[in-house]
Design a protein around this ligand. Structure first.
Ligand SMILES: NC(=O)c1ccc[n+]([C@@H]2O[C@H](COP(=O)([O-])OP(=O)(O)OC[C@H]3O[C@@H](n4cnc5c(N)ncnc54)[C@H](OP(=O)(O)O)[C@@H]3O)[C@@H](O)[C@H]2O)c1
Length: 381
């Protein structure tokens, strides 16, 4: 049995809303509900300029809810840079979202981080519950294989948190044992109140992960956000982290996330978006494109609940149109088909599931609005 040391979660009830990581942390810290807490953005930000220059999107990609702003759609810079970014990715990209995603393409789909132009693989890995196994070798063994397959299949972005019990330690240990530390793109979080407490917690996380510096540090569930953002900006300036993010995983918290999205210090938001929870399509995903923020997706499989919804049902034959061979790929390719999405981080403790999930990072994506609608209707039908 998994040691239930992460905060408040019951692994037995994983699929139910009551077991959600998000719910356990809602009351953990002061909410920012005043817009006056959020600094106003400069008229044209460095982040936006970089986003346009790096070519987050090729012009002309059309999605529901008008996710491309007029500026992005018509900008010659966006058009030219988009083409350049695809060339860097191997010259085979067919999609409008900067993907190396021709059928049979051997390179995993990558996406651009708007604030830097760096590309990361679009399929990452979460660790909530799955990596919280303590030092029991029989439980670590399949996770070692999960991590090995993840990297073997082109993955690199891993997401942890001090909230996830022993997950940071297990992830750090297994990566070191496999000798893949430098192949990973590391993300973790700060989840406490107070500047000194935050620094202490982040130092401890980096010790457990065995990294003197990591790529992305996120304010978990917007706990004491202003305090930690000040520290994180200092850490970024000092080269200890590359990127700053915030996370939430509840649709009810989207207005709060949206207010923070104008903060110039942010590079990433991490939010819940899946075929089971599509509300991010309405405001957050279009806004992420507008302001040049990278988007990491938690709960991309609806916390696992989506598999229950299709139990006993066959994949539709037309799923082959976007190189989809398993339900997990159907779910993941749907979210990756949105142009605002930088990286989805499904979690699994099962090596076979990891193989399936990584398959979502190859081949074509469902980017056509009619096809995406058909997917929703099939799921709900
Ligand atoms: N506020 C926050 O910052 C926040 C909140 C929530 C989540 N997160 C992050 O996001 C990550 C992902 O979210 P999540 O773990 O809640 O949910 P998720 O990735 O949507 O779903 C995970 C569940 O799906 C199952 N699964 C995975 N691949 C499968 C496959 N191919 N076939 C069948 N079942 C499969 C897993 O079980 P098996 O182990 O059996 O495969 C697990 O029960 C977390 O691990 C965490 O890193 C962050």
């Amino acid at each position: 049995m998994r040691k239930p040391s992460s905060v408040n979660e019951s692994s037995a009830a994983r699929d139910s809303d009551s077991a959600r990581e998000s719910d356990s942390t809602n009351d953990s810290g002061p909410a920012h509900d005043s817009e006056s807490d959020v600094p106003s953005p400069a008229p044209i930000s460095r982040r936006k300029a970089l986003a346009r220059g790096a070519g987050l999107l090729a012009a002309g990609a059309l999605f529901p809810h008008g996710v491309l702003s007029g500026a992005m759609r018509s900008s010659p810079a966006a058009q030219g840079a988009g083409a350049g970014a695809r060339a860097v990715a191997g010259g085979e990209a067919a999609s409008g979202s900067g993907s190396a995603s021709m059928p049979g393409a051997r390179e995993i789909l990558t996406r651009v981080i708007p604030s830097s132009g760096e590309r990361i693989p679009a399929v990452g890995m979460g660790t909530w519950q799955t990596f919280d196994v303590g030092d029991d070798e029989s439980e670590r063994e399949p996770l070692r294989e999960v991590l090995r397959i993840f990297v073997e299949r082109g993955g690199s972005a891993v997401d942890a948190s001090p909230m996830y019990g022993s997950s940071e330690e297990v992830l750090g240990d297994l990566a070191a044992e496999l000798g893949i530390q430098d192949d990973l793109w590391w993300a973790t979080k700060v989840w406490t109140e107070g500047a000194a407490e935050g620094i202490e917690q982040m130092e401890e996380s980096m010790g457990l992960l065995r990294r003197p510096r990591i790529e992305l540090m996120q304010v978990h569930n917007l706990v004491d956000t202003e305090t930690h953002l000040a520290t994180l900006q200092e850490w970024k300036d000092a080269g200890r982290i590359d990127y700053i993010g915030i996370t939430r995983s509840q649709t009810a918290a989207f207005p709060e996330v949206e207010r923070w999205m104008d903060d110039e210090r942010l590079d990433f938001i991490q939010i819940n978006y899946s075929m089971a929870e599509r509300e991010a399509e309405e405001r957050l995903l279009p806004k992420a494109i507008d302001v040049g923020l990278a988007v990491m997706l938690n709960r991309p499989l609806g916390g696992g609940a989506l598999f229950g919804a299709v139990q006993g049902r066959e994949l539709p034959q037309w799923a082959a149109e976007f190189d989809c061979a398993a339900w997990s790929q159907f779910f993941l390719k749907y979210v990756l088909g949105h142009p605002a999405v930088t990286c989805a981080i499904p979690a699994t403790s099962n090596p076979d599931h990891m193989r399936q999930n990584m398959g979502a990072g190859y081949g074509r994506l469902p980017e056509d609005p009619a096809l995406r609608q058909r997917m929703i209707e099939y799921l709900e039908g």
